[in-house]
Design a protein around this ligand. Structure first.
Ligand SMILES: O=C(O)C1=C[C@@H](OP(=O)(O)O)[C@@H](O)[C@H](O)C1
Ligand SMILES: C=C(OP(=O)(O)O)C(=O)O
Length: 449
């Protein structure tokens, strides 16, 4: 996953129906947080179903560098021996987060709450991503930014204060990473650290903090109760806990859309996390007329999970409102693929945050649609895709810009298009879904690498 590895192009061949069952990998957001809270608690945290993607492995390596004891017992089974809140030590060497925005930003919060100094770096994609959104609140909490690349980017070095200052932070962006960084820094601050968000973002940090014994109060605020005020009481003793990681809805999204758009398909996707702050894509696909059944709903690891039975469907275009974006922020590339197969126009609104992901996803999706003959326009931060209900043309080679979701989304397009679709580099798929190709092949998809 280094930025100088040779690109590995992959081509998806259209034509075969997808059939069978699949269990997507563990949720990436929860996997990062399980390692991090394992580091910050006392005792041994046992994790089952950890996503062993490169992003999470980087977080595990960083946790180790900051003092945790980490062992892998078998596939997805990990143990973390923590140092407790306040117990971090200075890491030797640079914390290299590779491609991972979540890992790097959450760990900046952890470091920022402790009197330690650490340097953060990553690959060519991470080096382009904005970190000021994290540095701004951390500086208010007493953190010194010793060094930073132009515009507040990695590589950067942070020195945490002797004692972090608890703050109330009104996040200017709808970002669970920003919220989480502030709360994690607040863990080692005396008093209450509060984050106010105008729109609720994924709440895995809050839920897991409680699971490990922290006091977290959450209040719905603002018009329609869509915002949140989250108050964390600092300096708790966190106690190691067992964590079962449910299947990642953002990884399930690819088989979900593929099952809907490839004629003759019927797929069951097992154990998918149904946290309502993550189900925006499901809501949208149902509105588009997707035949998706939620089966066998149950609790797993503190979250509701369900098996999703999906059948090939005639989709229709819909308007996706901007307020839904936080609940499906990583799913727009693959939604654009569903939209290219739908009858009519799909308008995806308010996508500005897509411009600061692993790539500028708005631009990357538009370019990928263009080389594959899918009519679309970008108006400001909206993406409008025009489908006629027939299979898209395909035949293009898509530039992925070190972005796993662009690679996987356009391989799904290749499963349904009239001509094969090539992505210029599939290497980054391993950051979030190492078994993606094997899982899709087991359902019947054909790839050539
Ligand atoms: O907190 C998290 O685990 C994540 C939050 C989102 O990022 P933002 O907080 O930047 O929206 C999402 O895109 C990312 O894949 C995972
Ligand atoms: C945006 C993503 O991840 P991160 O921000 O952690 O790099 C993603 O997985 O789509």
């Amino acid at each position: 996953m280094s930025h100088d590895s040779t690109p590995s192009p992959i081509t998806a061949q259209p034509g075969t129906a997808l059939r069978g069952r699949l269990r997507p990998p563990g949720d990436k957001s929860i996997s990062h947080r399980a390692i991090i809270l394992g580091l910050l608690s006392l005792g041994e945290t046992r994790i089952e179903g950890l996503l062993e993607g490169d992003d999470v492995l980087r977080t595990a390596a960083a946790a180790k560098a900051l003092g945790a004891g980490i062992d892998r017992d078998g596939e997805g089974r990990w143990r973390v021996r923590g140092v407790g809140v306040g117990g971090l030590s200075d890491p030797q060497g640079v914390l290299d987060f590779g491609n991972a925005g979540t890992g790097s930003r959450l760990m900046m919060g952890v470091v920022g709450g402790h009197p330690v100094t650490a340097t953060f770096d990553g690959d060519a994609s991470l080096r382009k991503r904005p970190m000021r959104r994290i540095l701004d609140p951390l500086v208010q909490m007493g953190v010194t930014v010793v060094e930073q690349a132009e515009g507040g980017r990695v590589p950067l070095t942070l020195r945490g204060p002797r004692e972090a200052v608890p703050i109330t932070y009104e996040s200017p962006v709808a970002s669970a990473q920003v919220k989480s960084a502030v709360l994690l820094a607040g863990l080692n601050a005396p008093g209450v650290t509060t984050v106010v968000e105008a729109a609720a973002t994924r709440d895995h940090t809050e839920r897991m903090l409680r699971l490990f014994g922290a006091q977290v109060e959450v209040e719905a605020i603002g018009p329609g109760g869509h915002g949140r005020r989250i108050a964390l009481t600092g300096q708790p003793t966190l106690t190691a806990t067992d964590v079962v990681v449910p299947a990642d809805p953002s990884s399930a999204a690819f088989a979900l859309v593929a099952g809907l758009v490839v004629p003759g398909s019927e797929v069951v996707i097992e154990g998918v996390m149904m946290n309502p702050l993550r189900t925006g894509l499901l809501t949208t696909l149902l509105e588009m007329g997707g035949d998706i059944e939620r089966l066998n709903e149950r609790e797993e690891g503190g979250e509701t999970v369900a098996d999703l039975r999906v059948r090939h469907s005639r989709l229709r275009g819909v308007a996706v409102p901007p307020e839904r974006a936080p609940a499906m922020i990583d799913e727009y590339p693959v939604l654009a693929v569903a939209a290219s197969c739908a009858q009519g126009t799909t308008r995806m609104q308010g996508l500005h945050e897509l411009r600061v992901k692993e790539s500028d996803r708005l631009a990357a999706v538009a370019a990928g649609l263009k080389v594959n003959g899918v009519p679309h326009t970008v108006e400001g931060d909206d993406l409008i895709v025009h489908g006629d209900g027939a299979a898209p043309q395909g035949g293009g080679t898509v530039e992925t810009h070190l972005d796993h979701r662009i690679a996987m989304a356009f391989l799904v397009l290749g499963m349904v298009a009239r001509q094969p679709v090539t992505v210029d580099d599939g290497a980054m798929i391993a950051t979030s879904y190492p078994a993606f190709l094997a899982d899709m092949q087991a359902l019947g998809a054909g790839f050539t690498a």
